[in-house]
Design a protein around this ligand. Structure first.
Ligand SMILES: [Fe+2]
Length: 295
């Protein structure tokens, strides 16, 4: 079973036929055009995750999910989501045709607009998709955008992305986004919990990330994460764990320039590497990925 993860591919332009109608590649969601089958795909995904996430997703995600006008039986209307979100943290959701160029993506985030894929995966692709769809982007991301810390952090990431692009170090910054916003774990008083959108929107990775013996779970270290490659086509081999979500506030205000300079002089790390200097929460068996690599 594959996981679904493609948000770091936002740098790839959408295919031809997806020409943007307006600046920022924003399109109309066209909510009235969703078919009964498309709403049914949402319903299947929503019900599965709603059952699975209590006790696995962090409190902030569950609270955000509860406060948004989600319905189990239909794809959300972005404007209705945005009305609630604007009041809470000043963010809104805008529809885009799929993957958009990096600068467009960062520009939206820097202005508290979350660009969300308007399409939904096909019924036979429930657990794998190549581009982030409405379930990943809205169900996975929007509940955390209701939280003021994440709201500020992702805006800062958008601003940082525009700077990193000018400095030619976008790959380093993208890893920080990947291992926090997409695949982050956080230690809460009642256990290890998920806050990453790539995990909470994936049925299989929800359990793998917090319960399976295979992956490493390492305490988050910014400079270390910048050096660490990641997997876009399967479960992560390592997850990075924050002691508290408030740690992200510090990241939003940090000057990344010295870290980029340092990262440029250090070797890149493979997704499953564990270093002597790592603070290890769980040393993984690596069994899941080893089995896949076996001839
Ligand atoms: Fe994402």
């Amino acid at each position: 079973m594959q996981t679904m993860t493609a948000s770091a591919k936002h740098g790839l332009a959408a295919g031809s036929g997806h020409a943007p109608q307006r600046p920022g590649w924003v399109i109309d969601q066209g909510w009235q055009h969703y078919t009964a089958q498309e709403h049914a795909v949402w319903a299947t995904l929503f019900e599965r995750q709603s059952r699975l996430l209590p006790g696995r997703a962090c409190d902030e995600f569950l609270r955000g999910m509860g406060d948004l006008p989600f319905r189990a039986d239909r794809i959300p209307d972005f404007e209705q989501m945005s009305q609630v979100l604007r009041r809470r943290t000043g963010w809104e959701v805008v529809a885009v045709p799929g993957l958009v160029p990096d600068e467009v993506f960062f520009e939206h985030l820097a202005h508290r607009r979350f660009p969300a894929g308007q399409f939904i995966r096909k019924p036979h692709e429930l657990d794998y998709l190549e581009e982030p769809d409405v379930f990943h982007d809205v169900f996975g991301h929007v509940p955390m955008l209701m939280n003021p810390v994440i709201a500020d952090y992702i805006q800062a990431y958008g601003e940082g992305g525009l700077r990193a692009q000018r400095l030619g170090v976008l790959d380093k910054l993208a890893r920080v986004y990947w291992y926090t916003v997409e695949f982050g774990l956080v230690q809460q008083s009642d256990g290890l919990r998920i806050y990453g959108a790539g995990i909470v929107s994936s049925y299989t990775e929800t359990c793998f990330s917090v319960e399976d013996a295979s992956p490493n779970r390492l305490w988050f270290d910014l400079a270390r994460v910048m050096r660490t490659r990641y997997r876009i086509d399967d479960f992560q081999e390592s997850y990075f764990v924050l002691p508290h979500l408030n740690e992200l506030l510090g990241l939003a205000n940090i000057d990344f320039a010295p870290l980029y300079a340092r990262a440029a002089t250090e070797a890149e790390l493979q997704p499953g590497d564990v270093l002597e200097t790592d603070r290890v929460l769980t040393r993984g068996t690596g069994r899941y990925h080893a089995a896949k690599r076996a001839p």
